[in-house]
Design a protein around this ligand. Structure first.
Ligand code: ZN
Ligand code: ZN
Length: 266
């Protein structure tokens, strides 16, 4: 292990469901090679923030609501246009819940893939279930279920180069089992869709968290750092103050921001 090598995260977008002017929806890249969720504009956002789309080795989907996979056709089309024969056969692993199989099938259909030789390849697909960790040479990944209207995964990603652990919830209402899944991680990215005083209907109906919900989970899990994702801009400052009263090391993830995480000392 190389403890001086940081784990890097670059945020391609941080908004909820629908982009606002100048903001894409929640998606980020780990170590320049592992993409988590696919926003409306993810491929174009990669150019903007210095990530080469051809270097992506893994796409991890938290769940299959449209705002988390809409950019897949553009991404595959980009690969079909820019992948060069000397690079060998395109190699990509996709990890997510079972709904991903349907999404992939219709994506290739949408691209009319059978008509074009450049679409002859397919990604390797790994359906991840809670309690069944997935290991590669670069990282390990485990998951628990989220509290959301569709089958979602909250992941714990461990970078094998330095032992840094990152948790990301995808979309979820306040859900205490998540605290176990992400216990002691160096960085937790948590859904913070609603302002702190959002009038709740009920956790299962809402399916999303406030900044306060995220801070309560971060505190319970004793994580090092909390970043809030999948949010609307209105009332952020107030929500952040409220969250910081519960868990002080908290910020909103910003589009285009890159964070580098080194293992904790000692
Ligand atoms: Zn979403
Ligand atoms: Zn969702």
């Amino acid at each position: 292990m190389n403890l001086s090598t940081p784990t890097s995260l670059t945020f391609l977008g941080t908004a909820d469901a629908v982009p606002e002017a100048g903001r894409d929806v929640a998606s980020f890249v780990v170590n320049g090679t592992h993409l988590v969720d696919m926003g409306w504009y993810s491929t174009a956002q990669m150019f903007r923030y210095g990530i080469d789309p051809l270097k992506i080795k893994t796409i991890i989907l938290t769940h299959c609501h449209q705002d988390h996979y809409l950019g897949l056709p553009q991404f595959f089309f980009y690969w079909s246009q820019r992948w060069r024969p000397e690079m060998g056969t395109p190699s990509l692993t996709m990890i997510g819940p079972e709904d991903m199989l349907k999404v992939l099938e219709v994506t290739w259909t949408f691209l009319l893939a059978e008509r074009y030789p450049e679409f002859i390849w397919r990604p390797d697909v790994h359906i991840i279930e809670p309690g069944e960790p997935y290991e590669t040479a670069d990282y390990s990944l485990s998951a628990c279920r989220t509290r959301h209207p569709v089958d979602g995964r909250c992941y714990r990603f461990v970078d094998h180069r330095n032992g840094v652990a990152v948790g990301f919830t995808g979309d979820t209402a306040y859900h205490e089992p998540i605290a176990e899944q992400v216990r002691d991680v160096d960085l937790l990215l948590h859904d913070a869709t609603f302002p702190f005083d959002y009038p709740r209907k009920g956790l299962d109906q809402d399916g999303h968290s406030t900044a306060i919900d995220a801070a309560r989970i971060a505190k319970m899990a004793q994580v090092r750092t909390l970043m809030l994702m999948h949010y609307q801009l209105d009332r952020c400052e107030e929500s952040l103050r409220q969250a910081a009263d519960i868990f002080s090391n908290v910020s909103y993830a910003k589009e285009g921001q890159t964070v580098e995480i080194l293992p904790a000392q000692g």
